[in-house]
Design a protein around this ligand. Structure first.
Ligand code: SAM
Ligand code: SF4
Length: 494
């Protein structure tokens, strides 16, 4: 247990997020008084003192009755800008705590003081100031304590993303369409997805409501002179729809939404147990060039353990079928750190993916999400250690290099094994623009369907407004007009 005593400030959230980077899944408790610390706990004291035109930040860590380590950082006051000062102060508090914990535990978490999910955003902010890339790299080390390896990764990705972001303007948007149905629910998943055994009879009514939303939003986009940059049909698993339903959905999008500016359309086929030659032909005939077919793992035991009702052979079969039908880009998602998996098993997955040679691969690190079955039954699922997860990630990186795949977007999530990251790889010319836009948050995303969250971006103010749709399918069907109205109201301001 880590007991934390704060004096001179109340940044509990920031401090606890950072401490958890070191004390993952262990408890921390804020205390008011040093005397409350018992023999089994560590005490981390963090003070901020105001003196003349400086703040003095002190961090001290000790075990009861043991010698302590102390760390002091000074920070000049910028009195005329309170918001900026608060930001700097928070950063210095985190740096001071990071340094002392690193010394105490003799570890240096590779993402430094970064606990947010979009580290590349920091690089873009610095790039917008026209700073030299070498200078940016130094700042990432000095101001955030990022490791050399992570600095290399984020700067490389930000450079690849840059041209796509530069094209953004207030009138350019992307569209996301949610099909929140899946054959079964995977144990790690917290996305809006309804297993077919419970949701099947709702599909018809759901599609009816979704088609209404598409038509109405199409009118709003036209009224507001918005141009569509990318379209992403995800979920869930859109290919749980039958071929006819898929055709109706795509045709309705084409009919009601002006797609003449569109650079890419992606359909998440996802689960091979939903993919048939008829559905692939519909997608191809309707002009879809990008799809995903996601193994997660190529190990049978794991596929069973995580609740995916398909085999590794099914993945290979679906992939080959899709290649024959002829899509330009096929993405494959995988997850490292799945229950019971070893580094060797990840290597096996990579060998199989390498044979298929997809144009995109997205490597996720397992995140133990709060609402997942995995989290609720953690004791039944053996999860690997931090060091093992790192080795797994290295294996995937080595294979990606071998396959000519370049990292082009990335993000982190809460409760990830080893505090690592998710990395999307692409062959040259195959990067998914939608993934870049959703991650960097510099373009409005208009999201349709149950559980879909629109994000309206105000370019001049560099501000984002979230406009969520309700997640429950029944509620969505009943309240679809309200979902349209919510978006209209926000877009009227944009
Ligand atoms: C929204 S899911 C949809 C994909 C599709 N339904 C499928 O499962 O094949 C997108 C991807 O996120 C990843 N993912 C979902 N939950 C995760 C978790 N808890 N930890 C790590 N990756 C996760 C999986 O790789 C998944 O393919
Ligand atoms: S991971 Fe994909 S298939 Fe599995 S439940 Fe989530 S959305 Fe559905």
């Amino acid at each position: 247990m880590m007991k934390v005593l704060l004096r001179g400030h109340d940044y509990k959230h920031e401090v606890s997020e950072l401490v958890k980077v070191f004390e993952k899944f262990k408890k921390i408790e804020f205390v008011e008084n040093e005397a409350l610390v018992d023999d089994q706990s560590f005490l981390l004291a963090n003070d901020v003192l105001e003196e003349n035109d400086e703040y003095i930040i002190t961090s001290k860590i000790k075990e009861k009755n043991q010698s302590s380590i102390e760390n002091i950082i000074n920070c000049r006051k910028i009195v005329d800008d309170t918001r900026k000062m608060k930001k700097i102060l928070k950063q210095k508090i985190k740096l001071s705590i990071y340094d002392i914990l690193s010394k105490f535990y003799d570890v240096a978490p590779p993402w430094g003081i970064l606990t947010g999910i979009r580290p590349t955003k920091i690089v873009h902010e610095l790039m917008e100031q026209n700073l030299d890339i070498q200078y940016i790299r130094e700042k990432l080390k000095e101001n955030y304590r990022m490791s050399e390896e992570k600095i290399h990764l984020v700067t490389k990705i930000a450079q690849i993303e840059r041209p796509f972001l530069k094209e953004n303007s207030n009138d350019l948007v992307s569209i996301y369409v949610s099909i929140p149905f899946c054959p079964t629910r995977c144990i790690y998943c917290s996305f809006p997805s309804n297993p077919l055994d419970q949701g099947k009879n709702l599909i018809k009514e759901y599609l009816k409501a979704l088609l209404y939303e598409i038509e109405e939003v199409g009118k709003i986009l036209k009224e507001h002179n918005k141009r569509v940059n990318t379209l992403y049909i995800g979920g869930g698993t859109p290919t749980t729809l039958n071929p006819e339903e898929l055709k109706i959905l795509i045709r309705s999008l084409k009919k009601h939404i002006d797609l003449k500016w569109v650079k890419e359309i992606t359909v998440e086929a996802g689960r091979p147990d939903t993919i048939t030659i008829e559905k692939l032909n519909v997608l191809k005939d309707e002009g879809i060039k990008r799809i995903s077919i996601n193994p997660q793992s190529m190990n049978e035991r794991t596929l069973q353990a995580i609740g995916r009702s398909h085999t590794a052979e099914d993945i290979i079969h679906s992939y080959k079928m899709a290649k024959e039908v002829g899509f330009d880009t096929i993405n494959m998602d995988m997850i490292i750190g799945l229950p019971g998996e070893t580094v060797q098993m990840v290597e096996n997955t990579m060998k199989e993916i390498e044979k298929l040679n997809p144009e995109n691969m997205t490597v996720h690190t397992l995140a133990v999400k709060k609402t997942s079955k995995l989290r609720q039954h953690l004791n039944q699922y053996p999860l690997g250690e931090e060091e093992e997860a790192k080795k797994m990630l290295e294996v995937t990186q080595a294979y990606a290099r071998k396959m000519g795949l370049i990292p082009y977007y990335m993000y982190r999530q809460k409760y990830m094994l080893g505090n690592l990251e998710n990395i999307g790889y692409a062959k040259r010319g195959h990067a998914c623009i939608y993934n870049i836009q959703i991650m960097e948050e510099k373009q409005s995303i208009i999201a349709l369907g149950a559980g879909a969250v629109s994000k309206i971006y105000y370019q001049e103010e560099n501000r984002l407004e979230r406009v969520p749709n309700v997640t429950n399918i029944g509620h969505y069907i009943a309240r679809v007009e309200e979902m349209v109205e919510r978006k209209k109201k926000e877009l009227d301001h944009n």
